[in-house]
Every structure is written in C-alpha cells, then in structure tokens.
Design a protein around this ligand. Structure first.
Ligand code: GLN
Length: 539
C-alpha cells in the first residue's frame, strides 16, 4: 500500500497562467477537507537553485526554514497552507543533473552510458516521490514549471508518464492548466490553443485528467462540452479559472468549480467533510471591505517588478486584514531618491519599508529615505539590507562617522559598521553559501519587537552575508539605537530599534517569509498599526 497519492500540475499555451496559485488552491481545499497535503515544485532551468539569479530573471528568491533558496511559488504554498516547506519541495534540472553526475563519478553506473532516459528520469522520479517517505502526506501535489512543448520540460513529462504506469491510474491525477483566450473581434472564446496544448501532452504519452482553463470570460456549457470532447476528459473535469480580484479568492472559485471533488474522485479518495473555510472567508471579507486605509512606501531597486517583493506585498495584505485596514503600497525606486527630492517622494506616506537587496545600486537612496523617516519620526521598517542601511545612516549622521559603510559596497571603509561575518571570509563559492534559513533570536524586554511577538525567544529566516559589526554596538546604544534582538548562540545583532522614535525597527532577517493568511507576521501587523496611528495623528 502506498502512503500518498500524487497530483501533477502542468501548464500549456503560455507561462504565467498561475499554476502555483491553482496548486496552492487545490491543496487548500483538500487540506480543509481534512487531508494532509504538501506541494513541491520542479523547475526546468539548469541553475541548481534560484539563489544566483537576480530578481529581474526570477522574482523573489524564497527561503525555507532549512535554508533552501527556492522559487517564489513556495511562498504561496506556505501562505495558503500555513505549513513549512523544505529543500525537498523545490527541485531544479540543475540539481537533478548534479546528483546524477556525482553518482556517475562515484561509479554507481559503472559500465553504463549515462542517459536522459533512464538516469535523469529515474532521478526525477525519485525526487518526485521523496516526500512520500516523510510518511505524513495523504496527497503530494507537484507543480511542473515551464510550459508543455518546451525542450527542457520533456524529461519531467516523461517521468510523469512512467510514474502513471508504475504507480497505477488511481494513484496519480494529472491537471493541465491552459488558456482559453477571448477574441474581441469575433466575440468568442477560443478553445484551439487548449486543444493543441493537450495534443502536445498526448504526443508525449500523457493524458490529462482535469483541464483548468484560465479565462477572462465565463465558460458556458457548450464550450466545456467542446473542450471535453476534443481533449478526452469528462465535462465535469473542465474547470473554469476566471480572473480573480485577489489570489485569495481562487480557492473559493475552485471550490465552486469542484476542482477538489473531481481530483479526489479521480484518486478514489473519499470526500470526507465539506471544506472548512470559515476563517479563510472571514480573511477575504476583511481584505475586501476594510474600514481603514494607509499608504506605505516600499523603497527598493527592483520596484518595476512586483514579483521581486512578493512576500512583502503579501505580508502587507495579511497584516492589513488583521488591522481591518487597506494597505496601499506605493513603490519608490531607490535609485531615484536624492536629498533634493526625498521630501517630494516621501511626503504624505504613513510609513515606509526599506527593502532587502544586494550590491551598491540604489543604496544612497535608501539611506536618504531612512534619514528622512528617522528625523521626522515617521514609521520605518527595514528588512535585511534595509536594516543595514539604517545602521549606516545612524552611524554617519548621529555618530558622526561620515565614512561609515558596509564592506559589501566599500571594502576599505574606515568605519565598517556592517561587515562580513567571520565564517563568510573564507567562502569563495556564490551558490548556497550565504547565512540561510532559520536562526534563533532572543528579544530584549520592553522593545517594540518584544511587544509585537509577545515573547522573547523567536526564530526567523535569513539570507545574507553581512552583519552588524558589534565593535560599534556600545556607541550606537549610547547614541540611541539599540540591539533589540540578538542571536543567543553567536551574539549577532538581529534587530535594531530607536526607542525614542514612534516605530523604527530594522531586522537582519526576513519576517516576510513567515507571514501566512492564518498567522500574519507580528512585526508587519504592528508596523501597519503604527502607520495607522501616525496617519490618524496627522489628520
Ligand atoms: N546584501 C546584504 C547581505 O548580503 C543584504 C542581503 C539581503 O537584503 N537579503 O548581507
């Protein structure tokens, strides 16, 4: 007897149809019916992980508890399901090849020619089934990145084809996500791209069980019938996925379309109870009908691309709902911020978050923004590089150290207030070598952070190489910036605060990676609250 059933989600016609959200929504629905479920993503690119790609290429790099640098879809999985993912939940072609090549060097295939089939496909299959060994998942959903027809997706589709025959029909359900475009001139929805995309899958020996059709207009029964007939699926397995106001609506839309029921029936699993989604619905209600409103600036250098700050944007939605408040996020490009225009760009905002990042582009703009916020007592929240820039700003302008800098940007600074960690100094490889994943932090009583978390022992996820330089801590604290949280094992400063300021908090870690619908992050919740209070005061 197998412990788990498997759902595979493939995509056709175009990219960006929302496979991640569909996977997370289906998972949410079966979870709400009492099944234990997890989601994993297989990405067809050759990087071993997305950690070495820049956000323009890939959007945000999401980090798991165990320190894996992963695709941003894993963030959606965690935000929807409220359970952590791990290294095993994100696999790339690079990682598959790396394993196979290491095996080959060890002599595991002695005498054989190592080939895509069976060696690469076997390794894909092994990884696809790996989470079953955890023993606690009834259903494992696997999202296949890329689009059917891409050269690099072929080994993955082949692995799914083989698995269906090896594991048996009732163990696997294949969902294919396609686009049904609307042609304005013809005033018609068009099914041909879907037909072709399914044909592409069939040519590879894979028959999808369910088609999720992304569309801007409702699918009538005639269209559904046509798609079912031409694509060899039941009519009730043609699922409409209409554009939604928010991604958090999608589970409810999929419930209406019975995606969960059709999937469970396909896997011969009982329906159990009707999904319990009261808390979810209540959350959506608060997102859609808030009584308050604030506008928060997001200062970063990748602001043209919303995906670069995905988890931060979602954390604001969670924290907004918690405060019954709509959070308008106004993005501000850090490269365009100067002492001359800071007032014009930041005036009127109820608070500002200064974003994480790497390298020197745009940092002086970040420092300028922080200076403006600190000296005018406007709520400030700095994350990772945002926190480091707050330390530099304070050192330059309060401690009078005009050369204060991070050695990331200036290796010869006479006042390296942010410096490379000792154990990073020997590191020369770039991939997977930062301080990654969850670390403990001990909060000082009486600080804003302590009040927000309501406890002193916390752990948060990291992704950085540089740190607050403790040689400057005494002077900083005497001058009014304090270490509100420290790593108890290494004494590294994890949080800085200015107690005299209404809300000035900088964190070396990434709180945005742990905010979910069910558990909004306490620092985001309190930051939004501080912005609301400031906004009221201004009125
Ligand atoms: N570039 C900084 C470091 O490596 C900050 C990283 C970040 O913001 N994630 O320490």
């Amino acid at each position: 007897m197998r412990k788990s059933k498997f759902v595979f989600v493939t995509g056709g016609v175009t990219s960006s149809l929302g496979k991640g959200i569909i996977s997370a929504s289906l998972a949410k629905l079966v979870q709400a019916r009492g099944y234990s479920v997890t989601i994993q993503k297989f990405d067809p690119y050759i990087n071993v992980d997305p950690g070495t790609m820049n956000p323009y290429e890939h959007g945000e790099c999401y980090v798991t508890e165990d320190g894996a640098e992963t695709d941003l879809d894993l963030g959606h999985y965690e935000r929807f399901l409220n359970i952590p993912t791990s290294q095993a939940n994100n696999v790339t072609t690079g990682r598959i090849y790396q394993t196979v090549i290491e095996n080959e060097r060890r002599g595991e295939y002695l005498g054989k020619t190592v080939q895509v089939i069976p060696h690469i496909t076997n390794e894909i299959k092994r990884r696809m089934m790996l989470l079953e060994e955890v023993g606690k998942y009834d259903i494992i959903i696997t999202e296949l990145g890329g689009t059917v027809g891409d050269i690099e997706s072929l080994p993955y589709i082949e692995a799914v084809r083989q698995l269906r025959w090896e594991l048996g029909q009732d163990t696997i359900c294949i969902i294919h996500l396609t686009l049904v475009p609307y042609l304005k001139a013809a005033r018609e929805l068009k099914t041909k791209p879907t037909q072709h995309s399914v044909k592409g899958l069939q040519e590879l020996g894979v028959q999808p069980d369910i088609l999720v059709c992304r569309t801007e207009h409702r699918l009538n029964s005639e269209i559904r019938k046509k798609i079912a007939l031409f694509c060899n699926v039941n009519q009730n397995a043609v699922i409409e996925s209409i554009d939604a106001d928010t991604i958090y609506d999608v589970p409810l839309l999929m419930l209406k379309e019975k995606l969960d029921k059709v999937t469970l029936a396909r896997l011969k699993l009982p329906m159990r109870n009707e999904p319990e989604l009261e808390a979810w619905k209540d959350f959506i209600l608060r997102v859609k009908h808030p009584t308050n409103e604030v506008t928060i600036g997001l200062v970063g250098k990748y602001v043209e691309l919303q995906d670069a700050y995905k988890s931060i944007i979602e954390s604001f939605i969670h924290a907004g709902a918690e405060n019954d408040c709509k959070v308008n996020v106004k993005t501000i490009h850090s490269e365009t911020l100067t002492p001359e225009n800071a007032h014009e760009k930041l005036e009127g905002l109820d608070g500002v978050l200064v974003a994480p990042g790497f390298g020197s582009r745009g940092i002086e703009g970040k420092i300028e923004a922080i200076h403006y916020l600190r000296t005018r007592n406007i709520p400030f929240f700095g994350i990772c590089l945002g926190m480091q820039m707050a330390v530099i700003e304070f050192a330059r302008n309060v401690l009078n150290l005009p050369n204060a800098h991070s050695t990331e940007m200036n290796t010869t600074s006479s006042d390296p207030v942010i410096d490379l960690m000792e154990d990073q100094k020997e590191v020369s490889q770039k991939g997977g070598t930062m301080r990654l994943g969850s670390y403990n932090c001990e909060l000082k009583k009486g600080t804003k952070s302590f009040t927000a978390y309501g406890k002193s022992k916390i752990n948060e996820r990291h992704r950085h190489r540089y740190e607050f330089n403790n040689a400057y801590l005494d002077d900083m604290e005497k001058a009014g910036m304090m270490a509100a949280g420290k790593n108890p094992e290494t004494n590294l400063v994890e949080i800085v605060e200015i107690p005299k300021h209404r809300w000035f908090v900088g964190v070396q870690y990434h709180p945005e990676l742990k905010s979910t619908v069910e558990s909004p992050h306490p620092l985001f919740v309190k930051f939004v609250k501080a912005c609301m209070e400031y906004s009221d005061e201004k009125k």
